[in-house]
Design a protein around this ligand. Structure first.
Ligand code: HPA
Length: 243
C-alpha cells in the first residue's frame, strides 16, 4: 500500500475516506499520530502527518523511528515523504516541485537507526542512492499526467533546525552540491531503507534559502507558498494513486 508522510502544510488529506486509524504507540515510542488508512481515488492509502495533527512536533522532536515503524506495521509497501524546503539553487522559485535524487545529512543527535545493537543487530545498509529509482520515476510521471511541472533530481541537504540556516551555511551547502534544504528528510529516508520500503521525496520549495536573495526569510512568505503549493502536491498524489 502506498503511504504518504505529510510535511508542513499537509497535516490532513481532506478527500480521504477514512477506514481505520492505527495505534500511535510502537515498540520505539509514540508515532507523530496514528497512521490513517483510507481510500482515495478508489485506492487504499496510508497517511501520517509527520509533525502530528495538529502540527505540534518540531523537526528535531519527530520520532522518525516510530513513524516509519508504524507505517510498516500498517502495511506500507512504498512511501512518499512530502517536504517543504528552501531553494538553494537560485533557479528554484517558491512553488517549484522537485524530486531529489541524492541527499546529505547535516543533522545531529537524532535517533536515526533501528540497527543500534539494542533494537536490532547491527547491519550496514547500502545507501548510495537514498531514493528508490522506480518510485521517483512513478512520482515524476504522476506529476506529468497531472499537468504539474516537476523537476527531476538534485541533492537535498537536511539540517537540524529548528532555526533556519545562516547565509554562510547555505553557501557551504551550495558548494557541497545541495539544491534544496530542509529539516525533515533525514533520518526518514534511511529508516525506510533499513525497513526495506521503497521511499521517494516530493519537495515543495517555499522560500529561497538564506542568502540566496537579499531579503530576509519570513513566515508569511513561507505560508503563502505552502498554501498554493500544497494544492499542487495533492494533485500529484491523486494522480499517483490513479497510476
Ligand atoms: N531551510 C531549512 N528548512 C526549510 C527551509 C529552509 O530555508 N524552508 C522550508 N524548510
Amino acid at each position: 500500500m502506498l503511504a504518504i508522510v505529510g510535511g508542513t502544510g499537509l497535516t490532513e488529506m481532506p478527500d480521504l475516506e477514512i477506514i481505520q486509524r492505527h495505534a500511535v504507540e510502537t515498540p520505539l515510542g509514540a508515532a507523530s499520530s496514528g497512521v490513517i488508512q483510507g481510500v482515495l481515488n478508489d485506492r487504499d492509502v496510508l497517511f501520517l502527518p509527520r509533525h502530528g495533527h495538529p502540527h505540534k512536533l518540531p523537526p528535531h522532536r519527530v520520532n522518525y523511528r516510530a513513524n516509519l515503524w508504524a507505517l510498516k506495521q500498517a502495511g506500507a509497501s512504498r512511501i512518499i515523504g512530502v517536504n517543504a524546503v528552501g531553494g538553494i539553487d537560485p533557479g528554484l522559485s517558491p512553488g517549484a516541485l522537485v524530486v531529489p535524487d541524492q541527499l546529505i545529512d547535516y543533522t545531529c543527535g537524532r535517533e536515526s537507526t533501528y540497527f543500534d545493537g539494542r533494537f536490532k543487530p547491527l547491519q550496514h545498509i547500502d545507501f548510495s542512492w537514498p531514493y528508490d529509482a522506480e518510485l521517483r520515476h512513478t512520482l515524476l510521471r504522476a506529476g506529468e499526467v497531472a499537468g504539474e511541472s516537476m523537476q527531476d533530481g538534485g541533492v537535498y541537504g537536511c539540517t537540524q533546525g529548528p532555526r533556519l540556516e545562516t547565509a554562510a551555511e547555505i553557501a557551504r551547502m551550495a558548494r557541497d552540491g545541495c539544491r534544496l534544504v530542509g529539516m525533515t528528510g533525514m533520518p526518514e529516508a534511511s529508516l525506510a531503507r533499513e525497513l526495506e520500503i521503497p521511499y521517494a521525496c516530493l519537495a515543495l520549495v517555499v522560500n529561497p534559502a538564506a542568502g540566496v536573495v537579499e531579503t530576509e526569510i519570513t513566515m508569511a512568505e513561507i505560508e503563502a507558498a505552502l498554501e498554493s503549493g500544497i494544492e499542487r502536491v495533492k494533485r500529484v498524489i491523486r494522480s499517483l494513486l490513479a497510476e
